[in-house]
Ligand binder design. Structure first.
Ligand SMILES: C[S@@+](CC[C@H](N)C(=O)[O-])C[C@H]1O[C@@H](n2cnc3c(N)ncnc32)[C@H](O)[C@@H]1O
Length: 211
């Protein structure tokens, strides 16, 4: 594993458990346009079983198609506690199941979900490639795999700046030196669309498919 990418699961769990009481206040509105854009690409059929990787406080529950079965996983038990409180008051006929689980070792059978979505998580895990394989594995054939995240610029000054900043941001919960678009495109996930979002278009919505 790349040295820079040695983010331990344990430390991410600690960092995000620490953030949990005020996560929505800090990262709620600022990252919401990207969440809304990502969910806008989700097939609107009701009664889908959709996996959300890194569900956090459950800030996305209102964005799901009606009557969907939302299965959310997160490494942080404190985040899952918060998400459970939101789930208890969620409407739209959702069924919501929540588990503490590592995104890189999903405890689900192959092809268990109609779609898999992961907002702002891929740069927080220790093995982003494994995460992509896991998302692909648990998704049904023909299902959507949607990611929204910061993605390092492929070249130029911005790219070097993002590499330089990465060790600092790693201490607060994510890296900035990962070209997420390139990484996802190198996997078995078929990338259908990449759309810019959020402040200065620094983030990307990647809409993929399991063929
Ligand atoms: C930046 S937050 C994103 C939360 C939410 N998806 C959102 O839209 O705001 C990253 C989340 O990923 C979770 N996470 C980090 N590493 C993880 C892992 N290995 N497995 C599962 N969840 C993880 C963190 O606990 C945190 O809740």
């Amino acid at each position: 594993m790349n040295n820079k990418r040695k983010i331990l699961v344990r430390s991410m769990e600690k960092i995000y458990s620490f953030y949990s009481p005020f996560y929505d206040f800090i990262f709620g509105k600022t990252l919401q346009p990207g969440r809304e854009l990502a969910f806008s690409y989700l097939n609107k059929d009701p009664y889908q079983k959709i996996l959300e990787i890194g569900v956090g406080t459950g800030i996305t529950f209102t964005l799901y198609p009606k009557q969907s079965h939302i299965v959310g996983i997160d490494i942080s038990p404190k985040m899952i506690e918060r998400a459970k409180k939101k789930a208890a008051i969620s409407s739209n006929g959702h069924k919501i199941s929540l588990y503490v689980m590592d995104a890189c070792n999903l405890e689900f059978e192959d092809e268990s979900f109609d779609a898999v979505i992961s907002p702002y998580v891929i740069t927080t895990v220790k093995d982003p490639l494994k995460l992509c394989h896991e998302m692909h594995r648990v998704c049904k054939i023909g299902g959507q795999i949607i990611i929204v995240n910061h993605s390092k610029s492929p070249h130029g000054l911005r790219s070097r700046f993002e590499e330089w900043l990465s060790p600092f941001f790693a201490r607060v919960g994510f890296v900035t030196d990962l070209d997420v678009v390139e990484l996802v495109s190198s996997t078995e996930i078929q990338v259908e669309k990449v759309v810019d979002c959020n402040i200065f278009n620094l983030h990307k919505v990647i809409v993929g498919l399991k063929k």
